[in-house]
Structure formats: C-alpha cells, structure tokens
Design a protein around this ligand. Structure first.
Ligand code: BES
Ligand code: MN
Ligand code: ZN
Length: 502
C-alpha cells in the first residue's frame, strides 16, 4: 500500500478531488461530517442516511457512485458512531471498515477524508498514524510458505489522506505509521514462519540483515562464548536441541553519546516442546510463537531504524529451542546462572525465565536507563488477562521516573494495551527451594506473577519492566497467526522517550 498526503484545493474543495473513491465520515442520528456535507451538493448523501441504508454506527459503510457535482467516482460513507466524541476505538473501526471496502473496489486509488482532528483528545498526527497502522494491519498476508503467492486481484493500492492544509505533523506521522507497520509486518512474518525455518540461526541472520539495512551494531554470541560468560541457566535450556543457540545483541545508538540506553530483551524460544516436562500434543504447533518476544524486538528495531529515531536503544535476544532428548535438562537439575544464583529446575517447561535471567544479567554492562523484557512467558497470564492486554510487571512507581505509566500510556495511545499486574515480595516465597537459591516454578497460584518475581531477582541493578505477551502475541482459531504485538506499544514508548516525553 502506498500512502500520501494531498492538500485540498481551496477553490474546488473536496468535490474537485479526482480519485476512485473518497471515504468520508457519517454519525449516528443521520448526521453528516463536515467532509460529507461538502460533497453533498444535491442531498444524495443525506437521502442515503435518511433511507436507513447506513446506521452511522462505528464501522458501518455504504458505497455511493456517481454523485452529482463530485469528481471522485465513488464516495464511501463510513460510520464513526456518536458525533459528540469520536473514541479511539470508533475511529480505528472506521478505518478498518474503510480498508475492507477499499480492498474490494475496482479502483486502484482512494482517499481518506475522515476527521483526523476530531478524535477524543488525540491530535491529527495520532489519527494519521493509527489509520496507516489499521490499513496495513488489514492488508497483511502471509504467503512465504505457500506455493500460490498471487496478490489478490483489484482493490485500492494507493491511499491519499486529504488534509485541509499541508500539515507537517501529519506528514511525519504518516511516515512513522509506515515505519511502524513495516516493523509489525516483520514481527508477524517471523512469528508465522514454521519452527524448522525460523530457528535461532534464522533470528540471528535477520538481526544481521537489519543491522546492514539500518546501520545498527550487531553481535551474535555462540555456545562457546555463552559458556565463557557462564550463562549456565540459558545453556541448560538449549542442551536437548541440535539447533545451535544464539545470543543476539543489536545496537541503535542514535541518541546523545552520554545518554544511557533503553534495553529491550526478547524471549527467543523458536520452539517450546516443554522439554522433558513435555507439553500435551494438542495445539503444540502454536509453540512456534514462543519467539514472539524476540520478534517484537526485531520488529521494533526495524521501525526505529526506518524512523531514524534519535535515541540509544539496545536489543538483546537469547534464542534457542526447548527439546526433550538424552542430553536435555531433567526436573531436579540444579544450574548456576550468570549472576551466580543457583536454580533448581523443577519443570523444564518453565524455560523462558531460564534464558531471560542470564540475558537480564548480561545487560547490566550497558548501565541502562531502563530495561524492558518481552516474553510469551506463561499460560497463566492468558488465564488472567485473556487476549486483550499484555501483562505489565514492574517495581518502578517513582513519581518522576515512572516506567509503569510510560508503558501503559504508550499501550493506550497505540491501541496495543497492557494491564498492570502485581509483583510483591509475598509472591517470592513460592519460589523457595530446599536445594538451590530458588526454584524455577512457584506452583499454580499466580503463575504469571511468580514468573515475573523470578525475573525480578535478576534486575535489581536497574529500572526494569516485564511484559508477558503470551495472550497478545498471536491469535488462535480462524484468524490464527502472529498479531505483531507489542511492536506498536514498544515503538510508541521509544518515540515518546526520544521526544523527551518520558
Ligand atoms: N511458552 C510457554 C508459555 C505459554 C503457554 C505461552 C501457553 C502461550 C500459551 C512457557 O514456556 C511455559 O510453558 N510456561 C509454563 C510454566 C509452568 C510450567 C510454570 C506454563 O505456562 O504452563
Ligand atoms: Mn515452556
Ligand atoms: Zn516457552
């Protein structure tokens, strides 16, 4: 999809715009938006509303052709809900409906004249970015491993935003929306690839390609180097697999040299069988998505690289498979993590925390401004929050430096929401082991919380937050596939930091 911004000619107005289709908003109670009004030379739009053919509810649409006095071939009426206040959700539903209608038109170009500046307490830049993201999300197709790669016939390929005047902020926002969508696409592609293709080596190669394309620093550590670093916990997970583990470090150092970096750490289990604590067979294929934390770090790097974001950001990805074998870790094994703390592995299926804890110790060397880890960590988080919110865990509530609010706000602004979960010391009791410094599981109660508490023990030297994305990183059922979350949240968080809105 190609996006552009077209200023509206002051003389001929919206009615003079030559294009295949213009999408304009209408409201419930048969009300026309200003743009719809300006196209309604002969009352045909008002008549269509009056007829009841479109309710004006958010996401409802009606296509009209050949309106008198209008240069565009078609007008798409799009419901925005109640006129009083257009919510984020209603605006995004309207754009999604526009994208669906545009996809089936017999025209290659269309225009959006929805009221970008009337969304709740958002600005036009927000609306433009959200619109680009929603259109691209609706248009995403995975075909890498399909033999028929034909693009669908017809449909709009070029979308112009019709803005009253050339607005610099909207132009930047469209460019940022495209960069963000490209990042989301990469994350979806990586999540959707099968685990025999998307191996730790494949993730490392992807990181190297990104580094080349956007000028990032990149380093990929192999097993020998991980042994030298004494990452006994990470290495215990990869033991049962024939695929070599990779530890990926990406550096986008585009801020001031003296500024401490933000570090993103992504769980990169390219397949999680559970290991000796083997998972049941049903839906086990979905454990190919267990690298979506890693994929979201790579997608976010793609986005900030393309935006040339003025910020220091480091991405760290421990990547390996979790497999059963004669060489695999056993329940009862005790390993020593890079931090020196010992861990009794009571369940080999709680492997995410075992690879992340060593990565979280490794990143101390960067003296980070903040560390955010992203992981499909627990089924318990899906039980707690379902598929709508990622779980957010952090100790950080300082009045001035509040990572929790920064991440929650970035989630709300990007429609990629997170919900705060507790992380109190009381839960730490559940990780007690009679034989090591801690066990790797805390029993069924509060499973997402005890997993976060485990990670917390490795993060005491810096400001840290943990996002459990087990419920949000992919969709099951008919729409099965990676969602690209939480790339919008992470990228928005970094944009805000770069703008000094931390
Ligand atoms: N990758 C899984 C978590 C997961 C489960 C993500 C379901 C998405 C859907 C993780 O490695 C895991 O297996 N966690 C265990 C932890 C348990 C053994 C304490 C779980 O959630 O069952
Ligand atoms: Mn597991
Ligand atoms: Zn896992």
């Amino acid at each position: 999809m190609d996006f552009s911004i077209k200023p509206i000619d002051a003389k001929t107005g919206l009615a003079g715009v030559k294009t295949g289709c213009i999408a304009v908003g209408v409201f419930e109670d048969k009300k026309l938006s200003q743009a719809a009004q300006s196209l309604d030379r002969k009352g045909q739009i008002a008549a269509a509303l009056k007829s009841g053919d479109i309710t004006g509810k958010a996401g409802s649409t009606l296509l009209l052709r050949g309106l008198d006095g209008v240069a565009a071939e078609r007008i798409l009426l799009v419901g925005l809900g109640k006129e009083q206040e257009i919510s984020d959700k209603n605006f995004v539903s309207a754009v999604q409906a526009t994208a669906r209608a545009f996809a089936t038109l017999g025209s290659a170009d269309g225009a959006i004249a929805l009221p970008l500046d009337l969304v709740g307490n958002r600005d036009a830049a927000w609306a433009a970015r959200a619109a680009v993201l929603a259109v691209r999300d609706a248009g995403y197709r995975y075909d890498t491993t399909k033999s028929n790669k034909e693009a669908p016939q017809g449909g709009v390929k070029k979308i112009a935003f019709l803005a009253p005047a050339a607005d610099g902020a909207v132009k930047t926002a469209v460019a940022q929306g495209i960069a963000l969508a490209n990042g989301v696409d990469l994350t979806k592609d990586l999540g959707n690839l099968p685990p025999n293709i998307c191996t730790p080596t494949y993730l490392a190669d992807t990181a190297k390609r990104l580094a080349k394309d956007y000028g990032f620093g990149v380093e990929v550590l192999d097993r020998k180097q991980l042994e030298a670093l004494k990452m006994g916990s990470f290495l215990s997970v990869t033991k049962g697999s024939d695929e070599p583990p990779k530890f990926i470090v990406l550096k986008h150092l585009n801020g001031k040299a003296k500024d401490a970096p933000v570090v993103l750490v992504g769980k990169g289990i390219t397949f999680d069988t559970g290991g000796i604590s083997l998972k049941p067979g049903a839906n086990m294929d979905e454990m190919k998505y267990d690298m979506c934390g890693a994929a979201s770090v790579l997608g976010t790097f793609r986005a900030i690289g393309e935006m040339n974001l003025k910020l220091n950001v480091i991405g760290v990805i421990p990547a390996c498979e979790n497999m059963p074998s004669g060489r695999a870790s056993k329940p009862g094994d005790i390993v020593t993590s890079m931090s020196g703390q010992t861990i009794e592995i009571l369940n080999t299926d709680a492997e995410g925390r075992l690879i992340l804890c060593d990565a979280l110790t490794y990143v101390e060397r960067f003296k980070p401004a903040a560390v955010v880890d992203i992981a499909t960590l627990t089924g318990a988080c899906v039980t707690a929050l379902g598929h709508h919110n990622s779980g957010l865990f952090t100790r950080n509530d300082d009045a001035h430096d509040n990572l929790a609010n920064e991440l929650l706000g970035a989630g709300k602004a990007s429609g990629d929401t997170a919900w705060r979960m507790p992380i109190e010391d009381a839960y730490q009791e559940q990780l007690k082991s009679n034989f090591a410094d801690m066990a790797n599981i805390g029993g069924p109660p509060g499973g997402a919380i005890t997993a976060a508490c485990f990670l917390e023990r490795y993060t005491r030297k810096y400001t840290w937050a943990h996002l459990d994305i087990a419920g949000t990183a992919w969709k099951s059922g008919a729409a099965k596939g990676a969602s690209g979350r939480p790339v919008p949240l992470l990228t928005t968080f970094l944009i805000n930091r770069a703008n000094g809105k931390a």
